[in-house]
Design a protein around this ligand. Structure first.
Ligand SMILES: Cc1ncc(COP(=O)(O)O)c(C=O)c1O
Length: 344
């Protein structure tokens, strides 16, 4: 909302968190801002969707729940060639596993509700700007390239200040605080800020354990006869594994898999798996210390028809797990017994 105004256009990855899709496709559309969604695995698709009025490219470094790994450097090159910033939602890997700015991103956002706070206790978000701007736009993105009058012309909302001229490498941050947060009210409460800061202190330790537990779960599921498929980019067999290794320290704690579901099939199997879990919680949050499971086809995406569900990357048998920090033996025990119940 800081960058965009009526008449502007966004190119976004199709494989995004559902709330972000709604924001772009429904809410911002009401303000005259349109979005073209493209295949996040195809940098050429981003390039083909760019228009003269495109003002931002938006994508997730690791998609939720698609787990698509974004080629950040390639997409940054597309955005910069068109003189617009690349905005990355880095919620799923967290800053510990991935640094999108080092790979070319200009602005990074996080839902701090997830791994940053880490314990499912608070809501919050973070916006980070790279502060790395090309003065003439020749080797990267520049706010003063003529496409962003809101950054270069006097602000009607704040004493005529020129954000980029006055604040330079933190001009976007200042505009975000003084024009957007102040007016729309998405300000963090002190107690939420405290909980997020306390979470950040243990982020590296938790992420290492989330990654090692999730890899063990993925390996276990891959070898399990009741499992139809596993999607975890940390597996060497995943088509984007090499890209993940180039960009990230680990594949995070999120994975998805399909339940064969015995004679009743995948949807019933997915539901039964969820109902049979003993200590894994049936919750649609991610990034908690506790292992959380959900069956999107019968819950979050239930209102969509089968074709719409598939377009959103939700297969009928798909179970999503946000692998927590419990002992791996306990997690595998619960998954194993729930799979046995689901395939009975
Ligand atoms: C990738 C991603 N981005 C953003 C959000 C939104 O987070 P919040 O509820 O903290 O606004 C979520 C929530 O699930 C998410 O998974």
């Amino acid at each position: 909302m800081t960058i965009l105004q009526a008449g502007d256009h966004v190119v976004a990855a199709g494989a995004l968190y559902g709330g972000s899709v709604t924001l772009l496709a429904v809410n911002l559309k009401k303000f005259g801002i349109t979005t073209t969604f493209v295949d996040a695995t195809q940098p050429d698709a981003f390039a083909a969707a760019m228009r003269p009025n495109t003002r931002a490219v938006f994508a997730e470094s690791l998609g939720n729940p698609s787990l698509v790994v974004l080629d950040i450097a390639a997409i940054a090159a597309v955005a910069h060639a068109h003189g617009v910033p690349l905005v990355i939602d880095n919620t799923v890997p967290s800053p510990f596993l991935c640094n999108p700015i080092a790979l070319g991103a200009d602005i990074v956002v996080h839902s701090a509700t997830k791994y940053l706070a880490g314990h499912g206790t608070t809501l919050g978000g973070v916006v980070v700007e790279s502060g790395r701007y090309s003065k003439d736009g020749r080797d990267g993105f520049a706010w003063d390239n003529g496409k962003f009058p809101g950054m270069t012309e006097p602000s009607d909302g704040y004493h005529g200040v020129k954000w980029y001229e006055t604040f330079g490498d933190f001009g976007f941050t200042m505009r975000c605080r003084m024009e957007t947060l102040r007016v729309y009210g998405a300000a963090l409460s002190p107690s939420s800020a405290w909980q997020i800061l306390q979470g950040v202190e243990t982020l590296p330790l938790r992420m290492e354990r989330h990654c090692s537990n999730a890899l063990a779960v993925a390996n276990f599921l891959q070898a399990h006869p009741a499992v139809a498929w596993v999607n975890y980019p940390g597996l060497a067999s995943h088509p984007q594994h090499a890209l993940l290794q180039r960009q990230m320290r680990g594949a995070s704690g999120l994975l998805a898999f399909g339940v064969k579901g015995g004679v009743k099939g995948g949807v019933a199997g997915g539901v039964k798996f969820i109902e049979s879990a003993q200590f894994m919680s049936h919750l649609v949050n991610i990034g908690d210390t506790r292992t959380l499971i959900s069956h999107p086809a019968s819950t979050t995406h239930r209102q969509l028809d089968a074709a719409q569900q598939l377009a959103a990357g939700v297969k009928p048998d798909m179970v999503r797990i946000s692998v927590g920090l419990e002992h791996i033996d306990d997690i595998l025990w619960d998954i194993d017994q729930a799979l046995a119940a689901a395939s009975a």
